[in-house]
Design a binder for this molecule. Structure first.
Ligand SMILES: [Fe+2]
Ligand SMILES: [Fe+2]
Length: 404
């Protein structure tokens, strides 16, 4: 490779680092890190593991030979943990902090402490050849995870080994990636903390519930946007915002008194009118800052209880700025007047509530839950988005299994 090309590549790495800094949600950051690190060496596949409770937890995967890159991918929600020890390649890299370049996964010298686990290849028919495995090092050289890029190719798509140059570029890139990942993890942690505050008031709003609602909403948006010709860059950007904002759908419950939130019996009409105000309280939290994320958070917090047929809440008469506490008897927004992101979150939130056990009810069977969603198509829920939900059911169920 000439010096000019090398310079261009380094420049590209710095440009991407800049772009990574614009992203907020951890899953969007991982997706982008994987995409760009694979692009540097035309690699067919890759995965990211992050350190969690003394183990490496599988967090993201791309594989051009097995899944279409731009479509929804249920495999990113796979549950898999690997010990941090010398036996596996990712474990070895996390333990030693060294980058490993392997020309052929099936020809690792027998004296090497690590070995290649071929079970994924056996299960899927994929053939792993070259591997570049890089530690993700944050401040003070602390390894927060491992980035693995698989099957490097040349411009014509022919398999080639990773070069020293690939290794050098990927190492520089991994430094920036680790910083972005750390920031994304911190943002996610902050969102979960905010929801924990709401959960102190309302035990239904657990961390797992909000992670599921965020992921369902992000994936429903992704599938809808793909079928409407939205560019993949725009999809990635919106998905980033929607996941975080959907997680915060019920944050306004911090403003509702315990006597109502935790009342074991049915609410009176007056109490229910106060309860409905969690939408307005939530929206109010995001009403003063001007970022795009705040705008999406506000739309979802305010409108996630709207119904497609107009029988939801809050009603149009609610004066958000003055937090008028009741709108009993007045209709809410209907149809496409309801913000799109709120129509998505409404489906995600209700599906998750019906599938979960609560103090007053058991979790419902899948058949019963899906029958209700189908029945409410065009009544409670946007009919097109319900169709998208059913189209995506395998991804939805993978998410449900991931966050328990
Ligand atoms: Fe709510
Ligand atoms: Fe909820």
């Amino acid at each position: 490779m000439s010096d000019v090309q090398r310079e261009v590549s380094l420049e590209r790495v710095l440009d991407i680092a800049d772009e990574l800094n614009q992203l907020k949600d951890i899953d969007t950051i991982l997706d982008r890190v994987l995409l760009e690190s694979r692009r540097l060496s035309c690699a067919r596949a890759g995965s990211i593991f992050l350190r969690e409770n003394g183990l490496l937890r599988f967090r993201y995967v791309h594989n051009d030979d097995l899944y279409a890159q731009d479509s929804n991918n249920k495999h990113i929600y796979t549950n898999l943990e690997v010990p941090i020890d010398e036996k596996s390649i990712v474990g070895y890299v996390a333990l030693t902090g060294e980058t490993l370049t392997i020309e052929d996964a099936y020809r690792i010298p027998p004296e090497a402490p690590y070995h290649f686990n071929s079970s994924f290849d056996v299960k899927t028919g994929f053939h792993t050849r070259s591997l570049l495995t890089i530690p993700l090092k944050a401040a003070q050289n602390q390894v927060i995870g491992v980035l693995q890029i698989i099957n490097s190719t040349d411009c014509a798509g022919t398999p080639v080994p990773f070069t020293h140059h690939d290794e050098m570029l990927a190492t520089v890139f991994a430094r920036h990636a680790a910083a972005a990942i750390e920031r994304g993890l911190m943002t996610r942690e902050m969102v979960l903390r905010m929801m924990q505050m709401a959960a102190l008031r309302d035990p239904k709003e657990t961390g797992a519930h909000v992670q599921r609602v965020g992921a369902y909403s992000a994936e429903i948006y992704h599938r809808w946007a793909l079928s409407h010709g939205v560019s993949i860059d725009e999809i990635r950007k919106r998905k980033d915002l929607i996941r975080l904002a959907a997680m915060l759908h019920d944050v306004g419950k911090v403003g509702i008194a315990d006597s109502i939130l935790k009342k074991p019996a049915k609410l009176t009409e007056e109490e229910f009118a106060v309860m409905r105000c969690h939408t307005v309280f939530g929206a109010d939290l995001f009403s003063h800052a001007g970022s795009e994320l705040d705008a999406v958070c506000r739309e979802i917090a305010l409108h996630h209880h709207q119904r497609w047929d107009g029988r939801g809440y809050p009603c149009e008469a609610v004066d958000v700025d003055n937090l008028v506490p009741t709108c009993a008897g007045n209709p809410g927004l209907a149809g496409e007047d309801i913000p799109f992101v709120a129509r998505i979150t409404a489906i995600a939130d209700v599906f998750d509530a019906l599938c979960s056990s609560r103090s007053y009810k058991e979790a419902w069977s899948d058949d019963r839950v899906l029958a209700i969603l189908r029945d409410e198509r065009g009544k409670q829920f946007d009919p097109e988005l319900i169709d998208v939900f059913f189209d995506l059911l395998d991804v939805i169920l993978a998410i449900r299994d991931k966050f328990v």
